[in-house]
Design a binder for this molecule. Structure first.
Ligand SMILES: Nc1ncnc2c1ncn2[C@@H]1O[C@H](COP(=O)(O)OP(=O)(O)O)[C@@H](O)[C@H]1O
Ligand SMILES: [Mg+2]
Length: 326
């Protein structure tokens, strides 16, 4: 078994802490997890198998003198280059055709792209925002739909922290915003434009969930200082410094739990989170997060150790593998 779950950077630093290779667990959780992993029985363990510091020869991935394809299972959890076709993602996909890779890179990459993940959720019957993908040349076809919706939300497909999530109050605003992007930059790296229906909602009813190994470990809300004006009196979640935090645990009502767990199955990444708003008393998922909020204090409130859910994921996957081999 190979493991690449590096420690996080020092607390409270700005955007650079999200650069590829950086760990996504807290210091406490990462250390606890590594200690637990060391105790595993009947497992030959390679820690610090940094799949990003590798090369690929004919589909075989080499790190130092180790060929990662000879492992039975690789666990990884860290920031990677999230761009389409990045080396980090290619390595994980290449390995996944020969061994069990957790986090599953297919599910992980679906989770990175709001379009792909919204679609997966819609197809699975999950309550997710209505979603449009449109090419620059075909904007005019949206006029009637936008008139009906009233408001729409334009989003970066691989965005985060609420940045660039734009509330548009008319078809004209949408057209002009997108044509501005075209006129200045000849288009977006997103290729096509992702637009959602806007659902009026209150910040009091916003809920996020963290799910690990099919288990909804906790729900939380963002504090008021993590909401900003969205336009027309509405608010959105926004984090100028990109540092996360400012959350409090909350109950996850049964109907929200059901949607989140259906969504977990639909995406297929073993660790994921969903942001939900409430509209007409119903939960609607508006965001999927491949690195869901991970907070030691919220974990402690559930009565678990900081790394227990991750450890259970690893044990579950090892057990599945053993069953298959027996
Ligand atoms: N379709 C929507 N209707 C209403 N509010 C939305 C919608 N989509 C996003 N929001 C608001 O904007 C915030 C940021 O959007 P989100 O998709 O989560 O972007 P990011 O990935 O940058 O966090 C959400 O948490 C929510 O408050
Ligand atoms: Mg979000």
């Amino acid at each position: 078994m190979g493991v690449h779950i590096p420690p996080p950077p020092p607390q409270g630093q700005p955007a650079s802490i999200h650069s590829p290779g950086i760990g996504c667990l807290t210091v406490t959780a990462q250390k606890a997890l590594m200690d637990q992993i060391q105790q595993l029985d009947r497992v030959t363990l390679y820690t610090d198998v940094n799949f990003r510091a590798s090369f690929i020869l004919n589909g075989k991935v080499y790190v130092d003198s180790i060929c990662l394809n000879d492992l039975d299972i690789l666990f990884w959890y860290c920031e990677v280059d999230r761009s389409v076709g990045s080396y980090d993602l290619e390595v994980l996909h290449t390995l996944a055709s020969d061994l069990k890779v957790v986090i599953n890179p297919r599910g992980f990459e679906v989770g990175l792209d709001k379009y792909a993940s919204h679609l997966a959720l819609k197809r699975a019957g999950v309550s997710v925002a209505d979603t449009i993908l449109v090419d620059y040349n075909n904007l005019r076809y949206l006029k009637d739909l936008l008139d009906e919706w009233g408001y729409a939300v334009l989003k970066p497909r691989r965005g985060g922290y609420g940045k660039g999530v734009t509330l548009l109050g008319s078809f004209a605003a949408l057209r002009d915003t997108i044509e501005y992007i075209y006129s200045t930059a000849r288009g977006t790296p997103d290729k096509a434009y992702l637009i959602e229906r806007f659902y009026p909602n209150s910040s009091d009813d916003w809920i996020s969930t963290t799910i690990i190994n099919g288990e909804l470990v906790y729900g939380y809300r963002k504090r008021d200082n993590r909401f900003v004006e969205f336009g027309n009196g509405f608010v959105k979640v926004y984090d100028a410094l990109e540092i996360g935090g400012e959350v409090d645990s909350c109950e996850v009502p049964p109907s929200y739990r059901v949607e989140a767990l259906k969504a977990y199955e639909a995406i297929g990444a073993e660790v994921i989170g969903f942001d939900m708003i409430t509209h007409c008393s119903q939960p609607i998922i508006v965001d999927e997060s491949t690195f869901p909020g991970y907070y030691d204090d919220l974990f402690a409130e559930t009565g678990q150790g900081p790394a227990d859910a991750f450890y259970r994921l690893i044990v579950t996957e090892i057990d599945k593998l053993r069953h298959r081999c027996e």
